[in-house]
Design a protein around this ligand. Structure first.
Ligand SMILES: [Mg+2]
Length: 410
């Protein structure tokens, strides 16, 4: 299917070594030295410059180990308030180029670029250069930019000429570009999916985009098909502007091992549910639907859908629904790889009907509760406050320093 060069245009902008770059921006005297940023208790490395990376330092490495490897580097405690300010500046600059800015993390955004060439009387390559120069001059950091027809292609492209580079992939260039991209570098293809696709001789993004859609559907379901279309230049994921909630929000993970243990899997589900509800509350969203799924050893997954009577971001509603769904999904003796929860039919919480004051009051208290949990976890580290049933997960991932029993999910 031949594509005209730019039927749709999306950019992915990603800051290079963001935290370390912020430190360099405010202390130019550090310029010629490797810089490592340390986590809040100075325990591990959370960011590093390219020269520190070249010396073998990676994110998550204990500080003592990094110092042994590279004693001459500068080790700086993280200052997230300051990084937030630089991030605000970055997004404000991007918003000058296009009104369509989707912020995806502290240092990454997608930009909708349709109609933007006419506005600036520049081609996309010049627009990318102009964005990089403006960010460098005004925020003191560098960004890398990928521009293509879909978000998936743009995101892959932004990684190619890092740091401080841009990569354009118009429609005609897509097949040649995909031939050089390994499937593990496609966003949304994790280790499990990579292993599965390898079995079917799909090794590159080009193999993936040329695969029989029926095979992709059978192996990876709808999300796999979404990627298949996106890689072929057909946009499935729109640039999401700040004023509309996403269609769905998911929290999922593989166990990193196979398990048939009921308590182990239930703990993971509870952990995902807590994170999902926390995120809904933080963003002032309610969900009408909930999907709970288990991934089987064969990589297939089995799901149960629930619809709440009223849209909810209430941890008790979610826990009850997850518990019931799990009871229907779980079969003793069967081996599972992972699990997850997905909130669907999301809407802003202002739309909540006010006819039942008791219910509103209950929801309000729930929101306050989840917001407090969120604040404590942000302040003292994730898993400081967890639901009882999720303790098994919290214990596995670096022990929390103290734990408050909150509510039991029976
Ligand atoms: Mg980055």
């Amino acid at each position: 299917m031949p594509l005209s060069d730019w039927p749709n245009a999306v950019a992915h902008v990603d800051a290079d070594c963001f935290f370390a770059a912020c430190e360099l921006a405010r202390s130019p005297k550090l310029r010629d030295r490797p810089v490592c940023v340390m986590s809040s208790q100075d325990a591990c490395i959370v960011a590093k410059t390219y020269d520190a990376k070249a010396a073998g330092i990676h994110t998550g490495m204990p500080v003592w180990e990094a110092k042994k490897l590279l004693p001459r580097a500068v080790y700086i405690p993280a200052d997230f308030t300051y990084y937030g300010q630089v991030s605000d500046k970055l997004f404000a600059i991007l918003a000058r180029f296009t009104p369509e800015v989707e912020v995806c993390s502290i240092d990454e955004a997608f930009l909708g670029l349709n109609g933007i060439r006419g506005l600036w009387r520049k081609n996309f390559s010049e627009i990318a250069d102009s964005i990089r120069t403006t960010v460098k001059n005004e925020a003191g950091i560098t960004v890398s930019i990928g521009i293509s027809l879909t978000k998936t292609l743009a995101k892959i492209a932004s990684d190619i000429h890092k740091p401080d580079g841009s990569m354009l992939i118009p429609g005609d260039d897509i097949p040649a570009f995909l031939a050089g991209v390994k499937i593990k570098n496609i966003p949304g293809i994790g280790r499990n999916r990579e292993a599965l696709l390898h079995k079917f001789h799909i090794f590159t993004a080009a193999d993936y985009s040329r695969a029989d859609p029926a095979l992709i559907q059978r192996l990876l379901g709808k999300s796999g098909m979404d990627l298949w279309h996106e890689l072929r230049g057909r946009p499935i994921f729109p640039v999401q502007l700040a004023n509309g909630p996403p269609k769905s929000m998911a929290r999922t993970a593989s166990f990193g091992q196979l398990s048939s243990q009921r308590d182990f899997i239930a703990a993971h589900l509870t952990h995902h549910t807590t994170r999902l509800v926390t995120e809904l509350v933080r963003k002032h969203y309610l969900a009408q639907g909930l999907s709970v799924f288990l991934t089987l050893k064969s990589f297939a997954s089995r799901a149960e859908e629930t619809r709440f009577g009223d849209p909810s971001a209430n941890i008790f509603d979610f826990s009850r629904a997850v518990r019931d769904a799990f009871a229907r999904l779980y079969r003793p003796g069967e081996l599972y790889r992972g699990c997850g929860v997905i909130a669907t039919e999301i809407r802003p919480s202002e739309e909540r009907s006010l006819d039942l004051f008791g219910k509103v009051d209950k929801d309000y208290r729930n929101e306050r509760l989840m917001a407090t949990v969120d604040t404590l976890n942000k302040k003292y580290g994730n898993h400081t406050v967890v639901m009882l049933a999720a303790q098994a997960v919290a214990k596995r991932k670096k022990g929390p320093r103290f734990r408050l029993p909150m509510f039991e999910v029976n």
